[in-house]
Ligand binder design. Structure first.
Ligand code: APR
Length: 309
């Protein structure tokens, strides 16, 4: 099962790694890498294609500076923008990246009006909104990547602490990306067994806190860039769910129209992803404190959106 064409916009760390992962999984016959930087998408695309005989994939990767080769793509993974620098908040990025994402989205609407956009550029709840506005696409076809990454970080920390396989850990986080994410304790289990069976509450709290700051922890080490292995893996998991019509339940940023008491914003919620993109938003029961935390997270997204005006 694969698509004919998937385009990744932004051939930087996240975008190029995502393109390579898509190709290695053969999720599409063609992968197009688009970037404004002169020669970068062409060079990386060619280098990646030259890895095909070794890795054994037939997905043809090409790079370009315009959108002609991207015409008719079924999915766009948007990673264009500037990455967060040390000490820079996600919201500092907002204005610059909003301009970039708006122009990218207009190009996407021209060459592939039926496509699905997976937004990765930060701050991604707001960038998803910008893309939806600029393309006029329905919410089924504009989905933000955040929760898959946040839960992956959480799961990786739990695995280290509890000494169990990452594969057996299920977790669900709602809300905005990073600082304002809301982990749902009732939905965090190891092989279905509540996390509290394995770890004391203060350990769990510490892991949640580390997850919230997971992006900043990596930025602190790298100094000149931000995370990209886990972010690209997260975006590609969403791509795979759609390409293979898997009906996966993944935490994604979706445009809410009343769900969880929120309206008119993108926020991380459990989504069913499959053919056509977002198939359904699942509303799970929240505790009083989870509902309050989600409200705060939504306020934060609304606050960021004000900067767009
Ligand atoms: N069109 C296409 N590409 C663009 C545009 C544009 N208008 N503007 C910038 N780019 C490209 C840059 O040339 C660069 O190659 O986007 C790429 C971004 O790559 P990196 O700087 O390596 O950033 P990366 O680490 O990949 O992060 C990209 O994803 O996780 C988020 O916060 C992160 O918003 C950031 C995005």
């Amino acid at each position: 099962m694969s698509f004919n064409k998937i385009t990744v916009v932004g051939a930087g760390h996240v975008g190029a790694t995502a393109a390579q992962r898509i190709a290695e999984k053969e999720l599409a016959r063609h992968v197009v890498l688009v970037d404004i930087a002169d020669g970068i998408p062409q060079g990386k695309g060619l280098d990646q294609w030259e890895s095909a005989p070794i890795e054994g994939f037939d997905t043809r990767i090409v790079g370009a500076q315009d959108y002609e080769l991207a015409r008719g793509s079924e999915i766009f993974v948007v990673t264009a923008g500037i990455a967060r620098k040390p000490g820079m908040s996600r919201d500092d990025l907002l204005k610059t990246n909003a301009g970039i994402v708006r122009s990218v989205s207009e190009e996407i609407a021209k060459v592939a009006p039926e496509s699905i956009i997976i937004m990765v550029s930060n701050p991604l709840d707001v960038m998803s909104y910008v893309a939806m506005q600029a393309t006029g696409f329905p919410r089924e076809r504009v989905i933000g990547m955040a929760g898959v990454l946040d839960t992956a970080r959480y799961r990786s920390f739990i695995a280290m602490e509890a000494g169990v396989s990452v594969e057996d850990i299920q977790a669900l986080v709602l809300g905005g990306h990073g600082d304002t994410m809301v982990p749902l304790e009732s939905c965090t289990t190891i092989a279905g067994i509540p996390l509290s069976h394995f770890l004391p509450q203060e350990k769990i709290d510490a892991l949640v806190e580390r997850t919230r700051k997971g992006g900043a922890e990596i930025v602190g080490y790298l100094k000149t860039g931000s995370a990209y292995y886990a972010p690209s893996a997260a975006a590609v998991q969403m791509v795979e769910a759609i390409v293979k019509d898997k009906n996966r339940i993944l935490p994604c940023a979706a445009y809410l129209t009343g769900e969880y008491g929120q309206d008119g914003i993108f926020l991380g919620v459990p989504c069913k992803l499959g053919a056509g993109g977002l198939k359904e938003i699942l509303e799970v029961e929240l505790t009083e404190s989870e509902r309050a935390a989600l409200g705060k997270s939504a306020d934060h997204v609304r606050e960021s959106m004000k900067a767009l005006d």
